[in-house]
Design a protein around this ligand. Structure first.
Ligand code: HEC
Length: 178
């Protein structure tokens, strides 16, 4: 008969104080527009006086706001009072000034039908690529009303000023950089 060994608690390594800490870091981001490095990242979760924030290898700071950012890829790190960290990858894109206005119009008027996963008429505008690729149909439906007006009720038609913003972007070359 062999000796039965049982594992006592003291045989286990000390519990990791960070085990189970996962913040699912959330943020609001705005893109760099034109040739200025004016992108920004604002952390919306987690927030609080025990959380500090870091962008790439910069120093940790108490504020969750990072402004004047160049376009590019960033690693956002949050750290709590125990030193536990969580990260998120953030890409700040470069928008041309005309595209930035069009993106604003789409975000403001084309949901929910074409945003947040909406695919009315087979079109979803959640990504910049999908907007750029649909430039001709966006102009047709939102500016020229071909074959009929967009957006539909309950939104009113776009104003003449907003229609002109789309036309200007299309005429400039309908790229993300325009
Ligand atoms: C209230 C819902 C709703 C809103 C808001 C809306 N759409 Fe649509 N859209 C639809 C539906 C439904 C269809 C499919 C039927 C059709 O084509 O009329 C569609 C189809 C489309 C199509 C594909 C068909 C084609 O003609 O190429 C495009 C492009 C489009 N919409 C652009 C837009 C743009 C740009 C906006 C915002 C300025 C917008 N829509 C706002 C409901 C909406």
């Amino acid at each position: 008969m062999g000796l039965l060994l049982s594992c006592s608690k003291s045989d286990n390594p000390a519990p990791d104080p960070c085990a189970g800490t996962s913040y699912n870091v959330q943020y609001f981001k705005s893109e760099a527009i034109g040739t200025s490095n004016n992108g920004s990242i604002i952390v919306t979760f987690p927030v609080g006086d025990t959380i500090s924030y870091q962008l790439n290898t910069g120093s940790f700071q108490a504020s969750g706001t990072f402004a004047n950012l160049a376009p590019g890829n960033y690693v956002l790190t949050v750290k709590n009072q125990k030193g536990c960290t969580d990260t998120a990858q953030v890409t700040v894109f470069n928008y041309g000034p005309k595209y930035a206005l069009v993106k604003q119009i789409i975000t403001g008027y084309c949901g929910p039908c074409h945003l947040n996963g909406g695919v009315s008429g087979g079109k979803n505008f959640d990504t910049d690529n999908s907007i750029v690729a649909s430039w001709d149909r966006i102009k047709a439906r939102a500016v020229d009303n071909l074959p009929s007006q967009m957006p539909e009720a309950p939104n009113s038609p776009l104003t003449a000023v907003d229609k002109q913003k789309i036309t200007d972007w299309v005429n400039a070359g309908h790229r993300q950089s325009d």
